[in-house]
Design a protein. Structure first.
Length: 217
């Protein structure tokens, strides 16, 4: 007979806990923004500061996205449903870093040459993946306010399920963009797959619901 471990432990989370968690998220995010400014001004980003800014902002966006995806499994494990309320600020910071990442590339690498931007996105597959991911994050950010959620209804959840597509594309964009040192981007891919695997039952139910044939009586 297999051993089964059960627990009735629950983290009693209150709105006050949510408030302080949000304060912590803002504080940590502002710290990293300050670190980016300091490293940029002090020359701490290496011999190629443009590349350094790109790596810093790109990894910040990816790390924040993975933290956002980790919220639901942790909330389920701790039986703390209110924890999901911190997903929105994390998601917005994820887009903030993604916007800096794209803005740095357009401004510093391509000098605001929009025809060159389009040409680069079309001709370089890893940039195509990055552009698609950025568009997804942009759509999720602009539809995050509660008023828009109510206006969109069920369509809101369908749109925000695209975060899983972005979560797959961004690590591929990362590993495709580096010329050496593949260990770190590969680890990001494994972490992403692990977070998605925790949602196996949800994906399986959605797949079954979508492709179950309709019975005609």
């Amino acid at each position: 007979m297999p051993l089964q471990i059960t627990t009735n432990w629950r983290w009693k989370m209150s709105p006050r806990h949510v408030f302080w968690l949000k304060v912590f998220i803002h504080s940590v995010s502002l710290f990293f923004i300050g670190q980016l400014v300091y490293l940029t001004l002090s020359g701490g980003l290496g011999a190629d500061p443009v590349q350094g800014i790109s790596h810093f902002t790109g990894k910040a966006a990816l790390n924040t996205l993975l933290l956002t995806l980790a919220i639901s499994p942790v909330a389920k494990l701790l039986k703390a449903g209110m924890l999901v309320r911190v997903r929105r600020p994390l998601g917005l910071y994820c887009f903030f870093w993604a916007a800096l990442h794209l803005g740095g590339y357009v401004a510093l690498d391509l000098n605001f040459s929009w025809s060159l931007v389009v040409n680069e996105i079309v001709s370089r597959p890893y940039l195509t993946l990055g552009a698609v991911s950025w568009a997804i994050l942009f759509a999720l950010a602009v539809t995050s306010p509660q008023g828009i959620q109510r206006l969109m209804g069920k369509r809101w959840q369908k749109l925000h399920n695209w975060v899983y597509v972005a979560a797959i594309l961004i690590p591929i964009h990362y590993i495709w963009s580096v010329k050496s040192g593949l260990f770190e981007p590969i680890m990001y891919i494994f972490v992403t797959l692990g977070l998605l695997a925790l949602r196996y039952n949800r994906f399986a139910k959605g797949f079954a619901a979508r492709f179950t044939p309709i019975r005609v009586k």
